[in-house]
Write a protein that binds this ligand. Sequence first.
Ligand code: ZN
Length: 301
Amino acid sequence: MPICPSCEIKFNNWYDVAEHIDLMANKRSDKSHVMWLNRNLSIKRLSKEELAKKLEDYFSTPEGLGMWIRKRFIEKFYGENPHPFILAMQKPTRGVLLGYVIEHQHFLKNWVKVLSSIVFKTDKDEVVEYELENIAVEFIGYKGRPSHYELLLRMGESLGMSREKILNTQPLPDTQFAINTWRRIAEEKHWLITMACMHSLELVADRSLRNYGAKLHYFDPQILTSDEYSQAVKDFLREGYEADVSHAGEALHLVEKYAKGIEEEIQINVLKSFDAFSKYLFARLERGIELEPQLMRVITR
Ligand SMILES: [Zn+2]
């Protein structure tokens, strides 16, 4: 059923959604509707007929919901204008990596809490297994290997910041905003929506994105063999790089399998999750600039 992607009101058809968005954005100048249009469809004003057609095309899923999510992710983070954090990761400085560590510890803690809400709500055993394994990999350690959380902290220590200092640094407001967004989704929405919103973010490090049109990798793979970076930095980055490339794909497959009837709701919440993620990636850079002011030049160049 067509839904307003901004305020989530349900309508009978896309023309009615277009009429509503036209009213909210163009006549009432409602900020959230205007922003949605500008970010996703067009910055110029469209007739209601054009808008209805564009909305319908935008949300149609000829290759399935999983592929729709993958392509939207690439558009937003890896398209013509890759996200500045991803650009910075092509040759990350100490500031970029420490910004990553300090903000990401908060992200990872929240990550496992939100995944546990999926475990709590679902009645599908395969979903419970998938999420518990993910929680173990991220936070506890798995099959004799340290957790991603531990590898992240070791990376921070190798860059000269104590574990205590890292753990005692509060998240920046944009990180907190993003965390609140995901917590709200976990509390209020269907577990499948939460699952789609969280695991689609793992696409960020999915090497197979290049096969679907991404212009860059998450970072330059040469870092993994370069002498310029500490072993702990390489160990952390390698974990994501060598993770089973089908990992995020597996979650998207599960989402697609059970999505019947709530596809549009999944789509619009995934877009909200992408917006939160973008803000959060900026927070990593902001923290980096705090530690290394000259980084500002690299980013605005
Ligand atoms: Zn609306």
